[in-house]
Design a protein around this ligand. Structure first.
Ligand code: 9YW
Length: 448
């Protein structure tokens, strides 16, 4: 189209550049999360990347999911990183020590934890993109779904069996990395209780070398804790029945719980659409969805609707407000009037409507919060992929004009064509990595 974004790039040029990012980061079987900083496959990135790829080539999108599924552990877990042979990222497979875990996949090396379960959401989106594209691509996507469905069901079953906390029903994470929001202030209190032991093996960080300013990344103290948790998990060989007790970090994550709810419904929905002979499994998925939605509702403040994580070691409700506290909006967990109030808060001056934002989309932390840091990772910057999740969910849940507005504002955020990992909210400067694959992928979804 002839439309142009704020920096003058036409939609067509922006889409072409986004496609080029995915092509340039493509190793053949997987698209790396970014060229320099993250030269491997990350689990939830792969799901978003597959959606973007579907606009270019449905078959290639399905390959992306296939690559991730071929790294599935025998117990059902989808690992958070599937390693390529590239150097340059720490902690690599040796530090994870997953070779000693009997459940690991035999042909690829992976990390030993997981990330938010957005894969069924992606697959359902890809099927619908394929149906709009051509009959041949629709058939390809549908037959892939029939083949891959049980692997995704096993992944969801692993979460339901090993990671749903009693009695609150929240999805449990044993490392901040499992939330995908590594150094979010959500995790400050639980991380304060993680005390790295003297036997933490020494290490050298590589992530700070890949960015212009180390201040855009988590601090060294935080990294010590991240590495200490890996040490604890590795010592129990990532055995799912032992990691909960082994980890000093055990938290019920509202955002992952909301995503699990919609992913369970999407996986069930796919089976129904394709009439797969899995009715007992579909009933289970619906009950996991229901349980998770209820857990998010229970975690919500009855007056504001904001939902809070829970530290499962101390029992404490973690009343730190970040963008994740709006999780009820993702999965329609709340009664209508409370949802309206929560939504008004998210579009209001504390969040997406904050005066001075370059793009009117929610930052990871409100600029009004004491610890807001506009440049540091999950502590303030805007993340296109999070904006995508909210605009996608709002669209589905009937808030179509707001969804359209956030799509337009999301495009404003990425309109410079750098495809930043995250953005400084008041200047629009891309931070962290550039040419970040999932940013390119959500851009394609917004444009196409
Ligand atoms: C790291 C790849 C990953 C994302 C995470 C994000 C970051 C990796 O990058 O973590 O080593 O810090 O926090 O959500 O999947 O894009």
């Amino acid at each position: 189209t002839a439309e142009t974004g704020p920096t003058g790039l036409s939609d067509t040029t922006l889409a072409a550049r986004a496609a080029a990012v995915l092509r340039d980061n493509d190793t053949g079987a997987l698209v790396t999360a970014s060229p320099k900083l993250y030269p491997h496959m990350w689990s939830w990135d792969a799901a978003f990347i597959a959606i973007g790829l579907a606009y270019l080539d449905v078959g290639r999108a399905l390959t992306e999911l296939d690559t991730l599924l071929s790294a599935q552990w025998s117990d059902g877990m989808l690992p958070h990183i599937v390693f390529t042979d590239a150097d340059g990222y720490f902690p690599g497979p040796d530090r994870w020590g997953t070779d000693a875990a009997p459940q690991r996949p035999s042909r690829v090396r992976t990390s030993g934890i997981c990330q938010p379960p957005v894969h069924a959401i992606a697959l359902r989106r890809i099927v619908s993109i394929a149906r709009r594209t051509s009959r041949a691509e629709a058939e390809l996507a549908e037959s892939f779904t029939a083949r891959a469905w049980s692997a995704l069901y096993r992944w969801h079953g692993w979460i339901a069996r090993h990671r749903v906390a009693e009695p609150c029903g929240l999805v449990t994470i044993v490392h901040g990395w499992e939330s995908g929001m590594d150094n979010s202030p959500r995790w400050d209190a639980p991380y304060a209780r993680v005390r790295p032991g003297p036997d933490l093996p020494p290490y050298v960080r590589l992530d700070t070398l890949g960015v212009d300013d180390p201040g855009e990344r988590p601090g060294d103290d935080e990294y010590d804790r991240y590495l200490w948790l890996i040490e604890q998990l590795r010592r129990v060989r990532y055995e799912p029945t032992r990691v909960l007790a082994a980890s000093d970090f055990r938290v019920g994550d509202v955002f992952s719980t909301a995503l699990f709810a919609i992913a369970c419904d999407d996986l069930a929905g796919l089976a129904e659409e394709l009439a797969l002979p899995v009715s007992a499994e579909v009933a289970e998925l619906r009950s996991w969805a229901q349980r998770s939605r209820q857990a998010v509702a229970d975690a919500a403040d009855p007056v504001t609707g904001l939902a809070f994580d829970r530290d499962l070691r101390s029992g404490e409700v973690l009343r730190t407000t970040t963008v994740a506290a709006f999780a009820p909006l993702l999965c329609s967990a709340l009664p209508e009037s409370l949802e309206a109030r929560l939504l008004a808060d998210l579009v209001g001056p504390g969040w997406a409507g904050h005066p001075g934002l370059v793009a009117a989309v929610p930052p990871s932390v409100s600029p009004d919060e004491a610890g807001f840091d506009p440049r540091r990772y999950w502590r303030g910057p805007q993340w296109p992929v999070v904006v995508w999740l909210f605009s996608f969910a709002l669209q589905r849940n009937g808030h179509t004009s707001l969804a359209r507005r956030w799509r337009a504002e999301g495009l404003r955020l990425v309109s410079d064509g750098a495809f930043g990992e995250y953005y400084e909210p008041f200047t629009g400067e891309p931070l962290g990595s550039t040419q970040q694959s999932w940013t390119a992928a959500v851009t394609l979804d917004w444009l196409c």
